[in-house]
Design a binder for this molecule. Structure first.
Ligand code: SAH
Length: 424
Protein backbone atom coordinates (compact mmCIF):
# COMPACT_ATOMS: atom_id res chain seq x y z
CA UNK A 1 0.00 0.00 0.00
CA UNK A 2 2.85 2.34 0.84
CA UNK A 3 4.64 1.48 -2.38
CA UNK A 4 1.48 2.36 -4.31
CA UNK A 5 1.10 5.63 -2.37
CA UNK A 6 4.74 6.58 -2.95
CA UNK A 7 4.55 5.91 -6.70
CA UNK A 8 1.46 8.10 -6.93
CA UNK A 9 3.25 10.90 -5.12
CA UNK A 10 6.14 10.52 -7.58
CA UNK A 11 3.67 10.56 -10.48
CA UNK A 12 2.10 13.79 -9.22
CA UNK A 13 5.51 15.42 -8.76
CA UNK A 14 6.60 14.34 -12.24
CA UNK A 15 3.36 15.65 -13.74
CA UNK A 16 4.33 19.01 -12.23
CA UNK A 17 7.63 18.85 -14.11
CA UNK A 18 9.93 17.60 -11.33
CA UNK A 19 12.41 14.83 -12.13
CA UNK A 20 13.96 12.15 -9.91
CA UNK A 21 17.59 12.49 -8.79
CA UNK A 22 19.95 9.74 -7.67
CA UNK A 23 20.96 11.22 -4.32
CA UNK A 24 18.65 12.72 -1.71
CA UNK A 25 21.12 15.54 -1.08
CA UNK A 26 20.63 16.75 -4.68
CA UNK A 27 16.84 16.96 -4.37
CA UNK A 28 14.98 20.26 -4.17
CA UNK A 29 11.89 18.36 -3.05
CA UNK A 30 12.12 15.45 -0.60
CA UNK A 31 9.15 13.28 0.27
CA UNK A 32 9.41 10.61 2.97
CA UNK A 33 6.65 8.01 3.15
CA UNK A 34 6.23 6.22 6.48
CA UNK A 35 4.78 3.07 8.05
CA UNK A 36 4.02 2.67 11.75
CA UNK A 37 2.34 -0.75 11.81
CA UNK A 38 5.02 -1.96 14.25
CA UNK A 39 7.37 -0.06 16.55
CA UNK A 40 10.28 -1.21 14.38
CA UNK A 41 8.81 0.47 11.29
CA UNK A 42 8.17 3.67 13.24
CA UNK A 43 11.74 3.68 14.58
CA UNK A 44 13.03 3.32 11.03
CA UNK A 45 10.87 6.22 9.84
CA UNK A 46 12.11 8.39 12.72
CA UNK A 47 15.72 7.49 11.88
CA UNK A 48 15.20 8.52 8.25
CA UNK A 49 13.55 11.73 9.41
CA UNK A 50 16.65 12.66 11.42
CA UNK A 51 18.65 12.33 8.20
CA UNK A 52 16.07 14.42 6.32
CA UNK A 53 16.31 17.11 9.04
CA UNK A 54 20.05 17.23 8.43
CA UNK A 55 19.51 17.58 4.65
CA UNK A 56 17.06 20.42 5.28
CA UNK A 57 19.56 22.14 7.54
CA UNK A 58 22.17 21.95 4.78
CA UNK A 59 19.76 23.47 2.27
CA UNK A 60 16.80 25.27 3.88
CA UNK A 61 15.33 26.06 0.45
CA UNK A 62 14.48 22.49 -0.26
CA UNK A 63 10.91 21.38 0.42
CA UNK A 64 10.42 18.49 2.85
CA UNK A 65 7.16 16.53 2.81
CA UNK A 66 6.23 13.83 5.31
CA UNK A 67 3.64 11.30 4.21
CA UNK A 68 1.84 8.22 5.48
CA UNK A 69 0.91 6.61 8.74
CA UNK A 70 3.29 8.66 10.87
CA UNK A 71 1.09 11.59 9.83
CA UNK A 72 -2.25 9.79 10.02
CA UNK A 73 -5.63 11.25 9.10
CA UNK A 74 -6.42 13.09 12.34
CA UNK A 75 -5.65 16.82 11.99
CA UNK A 76 -5.33 17.29 15.75
CA UNK A 77 -2.25 15.12 15.57
CA UNK A 78 -0.90 17.05 12.61
CA UNK A 79 -0.58 20.16 14.80
CA UNK A 80 1.49 18.13 17.23
CA UNK A 81 3.56 16.86 14.30
CA UNK A 82 4.42 20.44 13.35
CA UNK A 83 5.86 20.96 16.81
CA UNK A 84 7.73 17.69 16.67
CA UNK A 85 9.14 18.06 13.15
CA UNK A 86 9.47 21.81 12.51
CA UNK A 87 11.68 21.18 9.45
CA UNK A 88 8.77 19.54 7.59
CA UNK A 89 6.98 21.88 5.16
CA UNK A 90 4.09 19.63 4.23
CA UNK A 91 2.22 16.77 5.91
CA UNK A 92 0.31 14.19 3.85
CA UNK A 93 -2.05 11.55 5.27
CA UNK A 94 -1.80 8.01 3.84
CA UNK A 95 -3.27 7.55 0.33
CA UNK A 96 -4.34 11.21 0.13
CA UNK A 97 -2.30 13.51 -2.05
CA UNK A 98 -4.65 16.49 -2.03
CA UNK A 99 -2.35 18.55 0.24
CA UNK A 100 0.51 17.95 -2.22
CA UNK A 101 -1.72 18.87 -5.15
CA UNK A 102 -2.74 22.13 -3.38
CA UNK A 103 0.84 22.87 -2.44
CA UNK A 104 2.04 22.49 -6.04
CA UNK A 105 -0.86 24.49 -7.47
CA UNK A 106 -0.26 27.37 -5.06
CA UNK A 107 3.27 27.55 -6.40
CA UNK A 108 2.09 27.69 -10.00
CA UNK A 109 2.80 24.11 -11.07
CA UNK A 110 0.41 22.64 -13.65
CA UNK A 111 -1.09 19.67 -11.81
CA UNK A 112 -4.18 17.57 -12.59
CA UNK A 113 -7.21 18.76 -10.65
CA UNK A 114 -9.42 15.75 -10.00
CA UNK A 115 -10.88 16.65 -6.62
CA UNK A 116 -14.07 14.69 -7.05
CA UNK A 117 -13.15 11.85 -4.74
CA UNK A 118 -12.62 11.61 -1.06
CA UNK A 119 -9.09 10.49 -1.56
CA UNK A 120 -7.34 12.15 -4.47
CA UNK A 121 -5.50 9.58 -6.55
CA UNK A 122 -3.46 11.02 -9.44
CA UNK A 123 -1.96 9.05 -12.32
CA UNK A 124 -0.72 5.79 -10.87
CA UNK A 125 2.70 5.62 -12.48
CA UNK A 126 5.41 8.26 -12.87
CA UNK A 127 6.81 8.83 -16.37
CA UNK A 128 10.23 7.72 -15.18
CA UNK A 129 8.78 4.27 -14.39
CA UNK A 130 6.98 3.76 -17.70
CA UNK A 131 8.15 0.52 -19.26
CA UNK A 132 10.06 -0.35 -16.08
CA UNK A 133 7.25 -1.28 -13.71
CA UNK A 134 5.99 -4.73 -14.70
CA UNK A 135 3.98 -5.25 -11.53
CA UNK A 136 1.74 -2.52 -10.09
CA UNK A 137 -0.18 -2.33 -6.84
CA UNK A 138 -3.64 -0.80 -7.11
CA UNK A 139 -5.44 0.15 -3.88
CA UNK A 140 -9.12 -0.78 -4.16
CA UNK A 141 -10.16 -0.58 -0.50
CA UNK A 142 -8.64 2.25 1.53
CA UNK A 143 -8.54 2.19 5.34
CA UNK A 144 -10.04 -0.50 7.54
CA UNK A 145 -12.91 -0.71 10.01
CA UNK A 146 -12.29 -4.13 11.47
CA UNK A 147 -10.35 -3.05 14.60
CA UNK A 148 -8.28 -6.10 15.43
CA UNK A 149 -7.12 -5.27 18.96
CA UNK A 150 -3.40 -5.03 18.03
CA UNK A 151 -3.77 -2.98 14.88
CA UNK A 152 -3.12 0.74 14.43
CA UNK A 153 -4.21 0.89 10.78
CA UNK A 154 -7.83 2.03 11.38
CA UNK A 155 -6.50 4.92 13.49
CA UNK A 156 -3.96 5.90 10.87
CA UNK A 157 -5.61 5.15 7.53
CA UNK A 158 -9.19 5.80 8.66
CA UNK A 159 -12.31 3.72 8.11
CA UNK A 160 -12.95 1.38 5.21
CA UNK A 161 -13.70 3.01 1.82
CA UNK A 162 -13.94 1.15 -1.49
CA UNK A 163 -12.98 3.04 -4.64
CA UNK A 164 -15.43 3.08 -7.57
CA UNK A 165 -14.73 0.14 -9.88
CA UNK A 166 -14.84 2.47 -12.91
CA UNK A 167 -11.89 4.45 -11.47
CA UNK A 168 -9.97 1.27 -10.68
CA UNK A 169 -10.46 -0.20 -14.15
CA UNK A 170 -9.54 3.10 -15.85
CA UNK A 171 -6.37 3.08 -13.79
CA UNK A 172 -5.59 -0.52 -14.74
CA UNK A 173 -5.98 0.41 -18.42
CA UNK A 174 -3.62 3.37 -17.93
CA UNK A 175 -1.11 1.10 -16.21
CA UNK A 176 -1.38 -1.51 -18.98
CA UNK A 177 -0.76 1.17 -21.61
CA UNK A 178 2.45 2.03 -19.72
CA UNK A 179 3.78 -1.52 -19.88
CA UNK A 180 2.44 -2.97 -16.63
CA UNK A 181 1.67 -6.70 -17.00
CA UNK A 182 0.62 -7.74 -13.50
CA UNK A 183 -1.87 -6.02 -11.20
CA UNK A 184 -2.11 -6.60 -7.45
CA UNK A 185 -5.39 -5.26 -6.04
CA UNK A 186 -4.92 -4.04 -2.49
CA UNK A 187 -7.02 -3.65 0.61
CA UNK A 188 -6.58 -4.35 4.30
CA UNK A 189 -9.54 -6.69 3.88
CA UNK A 190 -9.60 -6.77 0.11
CA UNK A 191 -12.39 -9.40 0.08
CA UNK A 192 -14.77 -6.74 1.43
CA UNK A 193 -14.38 -4.68 -1.76
CA UNK A 194 -17.65 -2.96 -2.71
CA UNK A 195 -19.62 -3.79 0.45
CA UNK A 196 -19.65 -0.11 1.49
CA UNK A 197 -20.89 1.03 -1.95
CA UNK A 198 -24.49 0.14 -2.78
CA UNK A 199 -24.81 -1.19 -6.32
CA UNK A 200 -21.05 -1.67 -6.74
CA UNK A 201 -19.60 -4.93 -8.08
CA UNK A 202 -17.76 -7.22 -5.63
CA UNK A 203 -14.18 -8.48 -5.63
CA UNK A 204 -14.71 -11.60 -7.81
CA UNK A 205 -16.19 -9.50 -10.64
CA UNK A 206 -13.59 -6.76 -10.17
CA UNK A 207 -10.86 -9.39 -10.51
CA UNK A 208 -12.43 -10.84 -13.66
CA UNK A 209 -12.74 -7.40 -15.26
CA UNK A 210 -9.17 -6.54 -14.29
CA UNK A 211 -7.92 -9.78 -15.87
CA UNK A 212 -9.73 -8.88 -19.13
CA UNK A 213 -7.91 -5.57 -19.59
CA UNK A 214 -5.72 -5.94 -22.72
CA UNK A 215 -2.04 -6.29 -21.82
CA UNK A 216 -2.66 -7.56 -18.29
CA UNK A 217 -1.26 -11.10 -17.98
CA UNK A 218 -1.72 -11.69 -14.28
CA UNK A 219 -3.88 -10.45 -11.44
CA UNK A 220 -3.52 -10.97 -7.69
CA UNK A 221 -5.24 -9.53 -4.63
CA UNK A 222 -4.29 -9.03 -1.01
CA UNK A 223 -4.84 -9.09 1.91
CA UNK A 224 -7.67 -11.53 2.60
CA UNK A 225 -9.40 -11.84 5.95
CA UNK A 226 -10.45 -15.43 6.77
CA UNK A 227 -14.01 -14.39 7.52
CA UNK A 228 -14.53 -12.65 4.20
CA UNK A 229 -13.10 -15.12 1.65
CA UNK A 230 -16.30 -16.20 -0.12
CA UNK A 231 -17.01 -19.31 -2.23
CA UNK A 232 -17.57 -16.91 -5.16
CA UNK A 233 -14.04 -15.52 -4.72
CA UNK A 234 -12.50 -19.01 -4.63
CA UNK A 235 -14.53 -19.98 -7.71
CA UNK A 236 -13.41 -16.85 -9.57
CA UNK A 237 -9.73 -17.62 -8.88
CA UNK A 238 -10.24 -21.27 -9.83
CA UNK A 239 -12.06 -20.48 -13.07
CA UNK A 240 -10.45 -17.35 -14.53
CA UNK A 241 -7.29 -17.50 -16.62
CA UNK A 242 -4.89 -14.81 -15.45
CA UNK A 243 -6.13 -14.81 -11.85
CA UNK A 244 -3.16 -16.23 -9.98
CA UNK A 245 -3.71 -19.21 -7.66
CA UNK A 246 -2.35 -17.42 -4.64
CA UNK A 247 -3.99 -16.41 -1.35
CA UNK A 248 -2.57 -14.17 1.31
CA UNK A 249 -4.70 -14.94 4.36
CA UNK A 250 -3.21 -13.94 7.73
CA UNK A 251 -4.10 -16.33 10.55
CA UNK A 252 -2.06 -14.34 13.16
CA UNK A 253 -2.07 -17.14 15.80
CA UNK A 254 -2.77 -20.86 16.21
CA UNK A 255 -4.57 -20.56 19.53
CA UNK A 256 -8.28 -19.81 19.87
CA UNK A 257 -7.64 -17.90 23.11
CA UNK A 258 -5.14 -15.61 21.41
CA UNK A 259 -7.38 -15.17 18.33
CA UNK A 260 -10.24 -14.15 20.63
CA UNK A 261 -8.02 -11.62 22.43
CA UNK A 262 -7.01 -10.25 19.02
CA UNK A 263 -10.72 -10.08 18.10
CA UNK A 264 -10.03 -11.66 14.76
CA UNK A 265 -13.50 -13.17 14.49
CA UNK A 266 -12.67 -16.81 13.66
CA UNK A 267 -11.34 -19.95 15.31
CA UNK A 268 -8.36 -22.08 14.28
CA UNK A 269 -10.77 -24.78 13.05
CA UNK A 270 -12.66 -22.27 10.90
CA UNK A 271 -9.41 -21.03 9.40
CA UNK A 272 -8.28 -24.57 8.58
CA UNK A 273 -11.65 -25.34 7.03
CA UNK A 274 -11.31 -22.27 4.78
CA UNK A 275 -7.84 -23.28 3.62
CA UNK A 276 -9.22 -26.78 2.99
CA UNK A 277 -11.93 -25.30 0.73
CA UNK A 278 -9.36 -23.21 -1.17
CA UNK A 279 -7.11 -26.22 -1.74
CA UNK A 280 -10.00 -28.48 -2.70
CA UNK A 281 -10.96 -25.99 -5.43
CA UNK A 282 -7.40 -25.01 -6.42
CA UNK A 283 -4.94 -27.78 -5.52
CA UNK A 284 -1.92 -25.74 -6.65
CA UNK A 285 -2.84 -22.60 -4.74
CA UNK A 286 0.01 -20.86 -2.94
CA UNK A 287 -0.74 -19.82 0.62
CA UNK A 288 0.92 -17.01 2.52
CA UNK A 289 0.02 -16.14 6.08
CA UNK A 290 1.00 -13.65 8.78
CA UNK A 291 1.80 -14.59 12.39
CA UNK A 292 2.24 -12.30 15.37
CA UNK A 293 4.39 -13.89 18.09
CA UNK A 294 4.29 -12.74 21.71
CA UNK A 295 0.80 -11.27 21.74
CA UNK A 296 -0.34 -10.57 25.35
CA UNK A 297 -1.38 -13.83 26.99
CA UNK A 298 0.47 -16.02 24.46
CA UNK A 299 1.94 -18.66 26.77
CA UNK A 300 4.61 -21.08 25.56
CA UNK A 301 1.90 -23.72 25.18
CA UNK A 302 -0.23 -21.39 23.03
CA UNK A 303 2.78 -20.60 20.87
CA UNK A 304 3.33 -24.34 20.43
CA UNK A 305 -0.25 -24.50 19.13
CA UNK A 306 0.83 -22.01 16.44
CA UNK A 307 3.84 -24.19 15.53
CA UNK A 308 1.56 -27.22 15.32
CA UNK A 309 -0.92 -25.31 13.12
CA UNK A 310 1.89 -24.33 10.75
CA UNK A 311 2.81 -28.02 10.44
CA UNK A 312 -0.74 -28.96 9.52
CA UNK A 313 -1.25 -25.96 7.25
CA UNK A 314 2.00 -26.18 5.27
CA UNK A 315 1.96 -22.54 4.06
CA UNK A 316 4.27 -21.30 1.28
CA UNK A 317 5.28 -18.21 3.21
CA UNK A 318 4.86 -16.79 6.70
CA UNK A 319 5.44 -13.15 7.50
CA UNK A 320 6.39 -13.24 11.17
CA UNK A 321 6.13 -10.17 13.41
CA UNK A 322 6.92 -9.73 17.07
CA UNK A 323 3.99 -8.07 18.84
CA UNK A 324 4.49 -4.41 19.65
CA UNK A 325 1.85 -2.27 21.41
CA UNK A 326 0.61 0.54 19.14
CA UNK A 327 -0.87 3.83 20.31
CA UNK A 328 -4.67 3.94 20.80
CA UNK A 329 -5.18 0.23 20.06
CA UNK A 330 -7.31 -1.83 22.42
CA UNK A 331 -4.51 -4.26 23.27
CA UNK A 332 -2.06 -1.46 24.07
CA UNK A 333 -4.59 0.15 26.41
CA UNK A 334 -5.96 -2.96 28.11
CA UNK A 335 -3.52 -5.86 27.84
CA UNK A 336 -0.07 -6.00 29.48
CA UNK A 337 2.75 -6.62 26.97
CA UNK A 338 3.66 -9.66 29.06
CA UNK A 339 5.96 -11.69 26.78
CA UNK A 340 9.57 -10.51 27.22
CA UNK A 341 11.37 -9.50 24.04
CA UNK A 342 13.94 -12.30 24.39
CA UNK A 343 11.04 -14.78 24.39
CA UNK A 344 9.36 -13.06 21.41
CA UNK A 345 12.65 -13.34 19.56
CA UNK A 346 12.97 -17.03 20.51
CA UNK A 347 9.49 -17.70 19.12
CA UNK A 348 10.19 -15.73 15.93
CA UNK A 349 13.40 -17.68 15.33
CA UNK A 350 11.70 -21.03 16.09
CA UNK A 351 8.90 -20.30 13.61
CA UNK A 352 11.31 -19.12 10.95
CA UNK A 353 13.51 -22.21 11.38
CA UNK A 354 10.47 -24.49 11.15
CA UNK A 355 9.34 -22.70 7.98
CA UNK A 356 12.77 -22.91 6.37
CA UNK A 357 13.06 -26.61 7.12
CA UNK A 358 9.59 -27.41 5.85
CA UNK A 359 9.98 -25.38 2.65
CA UNK A 360 13.36 -26.98 1.96
CA UNK A 361 11.68 -30.41 2.09
CA UNK A 362 8.57 -29.29 0.22
CA UNK A 363 10.53 -27.66 -2.63
CA UNK A 364 13.24 -30.31 -3.14
CA UNK A 365 11.08 -32.53 -5.41
CA UNK A 366 10.31 -29.51 -7.64
CA UNK A 367 13.82 -29.50 -9.16
CA UNK A 368 13.45 -30.51 -12.82
CA UNK A 369 9.84 -29.31 -12.99
CA UNK A 370 8.56 -26.74 -15.53
CA UNK A 371 7.39 -23.33 -14.31
CA UNK A 372 6.06 -20.19 -15.93
CA UNK A 373 7.31 -16.85 -14.68
CA UNK A 374 6.55 -13.27 -15.56
CA UNK A 375 9.92 -11.61 -16.04
CA UNK A 376 10.13 -8.47 -13.87
CA UNK A 377 13.78 -7.48 -13.95
CA UNK A 378 17.17 -8.40 -15.38
CA UNK A 379 19.91 -8.69 -12.79
CA UNK A 380 23.43 -7.32 -13.30
CA UNK A 381 24.57 -10.94 -13.82
CA UNK A 382 22.06 -11.30 -16.67
CA UNK A 383 19.73 -13.57 -14.74
CA UNK A 384 16.02 -12.96 -15.33
CA UNK A 385 13.96 -12.51 -12.18
CA UNK A 386 10.25 -13.16 -11.90
CA UNK A 387 7.60 -15.05 -10.01
CA UNK A 388 5.54 -18.15 -10.65
CA UNK A 389 1.71 -17.87 -10.59
CA UNK A 390 1.80 -19.05 -6.96
CA UNK A 391 4.29 -16.28 -6.14
CA UNK A 392 7.57 -18.19 -5.83
CA UNK A 393 10.62 -16.11 -6.82
CA UNK A 394 12.65 -17.62 -9.71
CA UNK A 395 16.01 -16.61 -11.20
CA UNK A 396 16.54 -17.85 -14.77
CA UNK A 397 20.05 -18.29 -16.16
CA UNK A 398 20.81 -18.16 -19.90
CA UNK A 399 17.60 -16.51 -21.04
CA UNK A 400 17.19 -13.50 -23.33
CA UNK A 401 13.59 -12.80 -22.28
CA UNK A 402 12.60 -9.17 -21.73
CA UNK A 403 10.84 -7.72 -18.70
CA UNK A 404 7.12 -8.29 -19.17
CA UNK A 405 7.59 -11.61 -21.03
CA UNK A 406 5.99 -14.81 -19.79
CA UNK A 407 8.91 -17.24 -19.71
CA UNK A 408 8.68 -21.02 -19.67
CA UNK A 409 11.53 -22.42 -17.59
CA UNK A 410 12.71 -25.61 -15.89
CA UNK A 411 13.83 -25.52 -12.27
CA UNK A 412 17.47 -26.50 -11.76
CA UNK A 413 17.71 -25.67 -8.06
CA UNK A 414 15.01 -25.41 -5.41
CA UNK A 415 15.73 -23.60 -2.18
CA UNK A 416 13.34 -22.78 0.64
CA UNK A 417 12.73 -19.18 -0.43
CA UNK A 418 13.76 -19.01 -4.11
CA UNK A 419 14.46 -21.09 -7.22
CA UNK A 420 17.00 -21.15 -10.02
CA UNK A 421 15.91 -22.24 -13.51
CA UNK A 422 16.93 -22.47 -17.17
CA UNK A 423 14.79 -21.74 -20.24
CA UNK A 424 12.62 -24.77 -21.08
N1 SAH B 1 -5.03 -6.27 7.16
C1 SAH B 1 -4.07 -7.31 7.30
C2 SAH B 1 -2.65 -6.79 7.36
C3 SAH B 1 -2.34 -5.78 8.40
S1 SAH B 1 -0.69 -5.18 8.65
C4 SAH B 1 -4.48 -8.19 8.47
O1 SAH B 1 -4.13 -7.98 9.62
O2 SAH B 1 -5.21 -9.14 8.25
C5 SAH B 1 0.35 -6.48 8.25
C6 SAH B 1 0.74 -7.38 9.39
O3 SAH B 1 1.42 -6.69 10.40
C7 SAH B 1 -0.43 -8.03 10.11
O4 SAH B 1 -0.94 -9.11 9.38
C8 SAH B 1 0.20 -8.44 11.42
O5 SAH B 1 0.73 -9.73 11.33
C9 SAH B 1 1.30 -7.40 11.61
N2 SAH B 1 0.95 -6.48 12.70
C10 SAH B 1 -0.04 -5.56 12.72
N3 SAH B 1 -0.07 -4.92 13.91
C11 SAH B 1 0.94 -5.43 14.65
C12 SAH B 1 1.44 -5.18 15.97
N4 SAH B 1 0.87 -4.29 16.79
N5 SAH B 1 2.51 -5.90 16.39
C13 SAH B 1 3.09 -6.82 15.59
N6 SAH B 1 2.66 -7.10 14.35
C14 SAH B 1 1.59 -6.42 13.88
Amino acid sequence: MNEADALRAAALLESAGLRPVAHADDASFLLLNTCVVRQQAEDKALGRLRHVAELKRRNPDRVVALMGCLVGRISREQDALHGRFPFVDLFLPPSDLRPLQRFLRERGFPVPDDMTHDDFLPPPLPDSQTGRSIVAHVPVVLGCSHACTYCVIPYRRGGERSRPSADILAEVEALASRGVREIILLGQIVDRYGLDRPGEIRLPELLRRTARVPGIARVRFLTSHPRWVTPELIAAVAGTPGLCPYFEVPVQAGSDAVLAAMRRGYTVAEYEALIGRIRAAIPRAGLSTDIIVGFPGETAARFNDTLALMDRLDPDMIRIAKYSPRPLTWSARHLPDDVPDTEKERRRVALEAALRERLTRKHAPLAGQPVELLVETIEKTGRRYGRTPDYKPVFVEGSDAAPGDLLQARLTWAGPFSFIAEPA
